[in-house]
Design a binder for this molecule. Structure first.
Ligand code: ZN
Length: 446
C-alpha cells in the first residue's frame, strides 16, 4: 500500500486492516499485503495500483475478465464520444435559424465538443489559407522589386536560397504548390511531368548566374536536385546543392570522393536508403552511389552538397533572398539562419514565393509573385542584361565523364544532347523524383 493511501485514510502501517509483507516483484513498491482491503473498496483502488489489481482477484474475478471489461468500457466511451461529435457537427452545419429547441439543448449540453469542433474548423481553414497562392498587383510588385534591388546594391554579402519554385518554368513542378509533387501524392493522384532531361535552366537560373558574375550575389544554396544551377554556368564553388544533384554519382570508397558527372539522370534505380546506381568506380571498381538526400535522410557528402560553403555564406550574409522555396525544410537547418545571434543581428530576409512560408513573419519583405517575373524586373532595375541559355555551351558537357565500354546499357534515361530538345511529355517513374517522394508519403488518416 502506497504512502498516499495512508495519507488519504489516515492509516498507519500498524493498522489492523493491513499486515506487513516483503515487497513482491511488480507490486508497484507496495510493501503491505492487502488482506482485508475490500472494506476500503474504490478509493484505495484509485490511489494504490496493487490494490486496484487485488480487489477484483479477491472478489473472484480473473485478470482477463477485468481487462476485457475495461476494454468494453473504453470502447463504449469512444463510441459515445464519436456519436456526440457527429451529432453536434450535424447541428453546427445547420443555419442558426433552422436549429430546433432540441438542437440548442444538445449544443448547450456539449459545450466542450462545440469548442473542439470550432478549433478543428479554424485549424483546417488556416491550413487552406497557407496553401493558397497570392499574386501581388503589378504596381505593388514593382514597388517591392525596387526595394529588393536597393537592398541587393547596399548589401555587403547577399546570398540566394532557391527552391523548386524556380524550376517550375522548366516543366519541373514544385513540391508544395497546389499542383506540386507533394500535394498530388498526398491526395493520392499520379504525378506526370515532362521528361526531366528535357528541362533547361529558367530565366531565374540565368539571372542568378548574372547576379553572381556582377558580384551582386556571392553564394547560392539550393534545395533542387535538377542540376539546373550548374547547367546555367554558376561555378561549383558558389553553389551548395543541399539535397544532391541528379546528374552526379560518386565513389565514396576513393579518398577524396571521386565524382562522376553524367549526361543522364543517375537516380533511375535509387530511392530512399537505396543509393547504389549500378555502375562502378573507374579507379577502385567499387559501387557508385547517387548524391540525392531524400526526405528523412541526412546528407553527409561533401560535394555537391557543400554544406561548408553554405554555412560560411550564411555566416557572412547580410541579405538572404529566398526564391521559390516553401522554406518548410530549409527552416530546419538552423545554421542557415544564424539562429544563435540575437534577432536584429541576423541577415535580412527577402522572400519571393506565391504561398505562405514559415519565415514570413520575420521577413523584411515578402513578394508574392513568380520568380521569373521578379527576376526580370529586378535585372531591369539593376540595368543588367539577362543572359540566354545556350545548350551548346552548357558546362555539363565539358564536366561529364563518359561511360566505359559495356556501361551503355546501365541506364534507360534519355541522354542530354547539345541539340535543343523537342517538347515531349512523359510520366517519370523511379529515381529521386518518383520513388523518393512516394516513399516519404504519409498515410492518410481514416
Ligand atoms: Zn573509387
Amino acid at each position: 500500500m502506497s504512502p498516499l493511501c495512508f495519507a488519504l485514510f489516515g492509516l498507519r502501517p500498524q493498522e489492523p486492516l493491513l499486515t506487513e509483507a516483503a515487497p513482491r516483484p511488480g507490486s508497484g513498491g507496495c510493501s503491505f499485503r492487502h488482506t482485508r482491503l475490500l472494506v476500503l473498496k474504490g478509493p484505495v483502488a484509485q490511489c494504490c495500483p496493487l490494490a486496484a489489481r487485488l480487489l477484483p482477484v479477491m472478489a473472484g474475478v480473473s485478470q482477463r475478465e477485468v481487462r476485457k471489461a475495461a476494454d468494453r468500457r473504453q470502447k463504449r466511451v469512444l463510441e459515445e464520444q464519436r456519436a456526440r461529435i457527429k451529432l453536434v457537427s450535424k447541428i453546427l452545419q445547420k443555419p442558426q435559424e433552422l436549429r430546433t429547441k432540441d438542437d440548442l439543448a444538445v449544443l448547450a449540453a456539449c459545450v466542450d465538443t462545440v469548442q473542439e469542433l470550432e478549433r478543428r474548423k479554424q485549424k483546417t481553414e488556416a491550413r487552406k489559407r497557407k496553401l493558397e497562392e497570392v499574386i501581388d498587383e503589378p504596381e505593388e510588385l514593382r514597388r517591392k522589386v525596387n526595394l529588393l534591388a536597393a537592398a541587393i546594391q547596399e548589401a555587403q554579402y547577399p546570398v540566394i536560397y532557391s527552391g523548386a519554385g524556380i524550376s517550375t518554368a522548366a516543366s519541373i513542378p514544385d513540391y508544395r504548390g497546389p499542383k506540386g509533387v507533394w500535394t498530388l501524392l498526398q491526395s493520392g493522384r499520379e504525378v506526370s511531368t515532362a521528361d526531366l532531361s528535357e528541362a533547361e535552366p529558367t530565366l531565374t537560373h540565368m539571372c542568378i548566374t548574372q547576379l553572381y558574375k556582377e558580384k551582386l550575389v556571392h553564394h547560392v544554396v539550393s534545395q533542387n536536385c535538377d542540376g539546373l544551377h550548374l547547367r546555367s554556368s554558376l561555378p561549383r564553388k558558389a553553389l551548395s546543392e543541399l539535397h544532391g544533384n541528379m546528374y552526379i554519382e560518386v565513389c565514396t570508397y576513393c579518398s577524396p570522393n571521386r565524382e562522376y558527372i553524367r549526361l543522364f539522370d543517375v537516380t533511375e534505380r535509387t530511392s530512399l536508403h537505396k543509393h547504389n546506381t549500378g555502375r562502378k568506380c573507374h579507379k577502385c571498381n567499387s559501387e557508385l552511389r547517387d548524391t540525392i538526400v531524400h526526405f528523412g535522410e541526412k546528407g553527409t557528402l561533401e560535394q555537391p552538397l557543400n554544406w561548408k560553403g553554405a554555412a560560411e555564406a550564411a555566416k557572412k550574409a547580410d541579405v538572404i533572398i529566398c526564391l521559390g522555396s516553401s522554406l518548410k525544410v530549409l527552416k530546419k537547418y538552423a545554421c542557415l539562419w544564424c539562429m544563435s545571434r540575437v534577432p536584429h543581428k541576423r541577415p535580412k530576409l527577402y522572400i519571393v514565393n506565391l504561398q505562405w512560408t514559415p519565415k514570413d513573419d520575420v521577413a523584411t519583405l515578402k513578394i508574392h509573385a513568380k520568380c521569373d517575373d521578379v527576376m526580370r524586373l529586378l535585372l531591369k532595375e539593376l540595368h543588367l542584361e539577362i543572359p540566354h541559355y545556350d545548350r551548346s555551351k552548357d558546362p555539363i558537357f565539358s564536366l561529364a565523364t563518359q561511360l566505359r565500354p559495356g556501361e551503355e546499357d546501365s541506364h534507360s534515361r534519355k541522354l542530354l544532347t547539345k541539340d535543343s530538345p523537342e517538347g515531349v511529355a512523359s510520366t517519370v517513374s523511379g529515381g529521386w523524383y518518383g520513388k523518393g517522394c512516394a516513399k516519404g508519403r504519409r498515410k492518410k488518416k481514416i
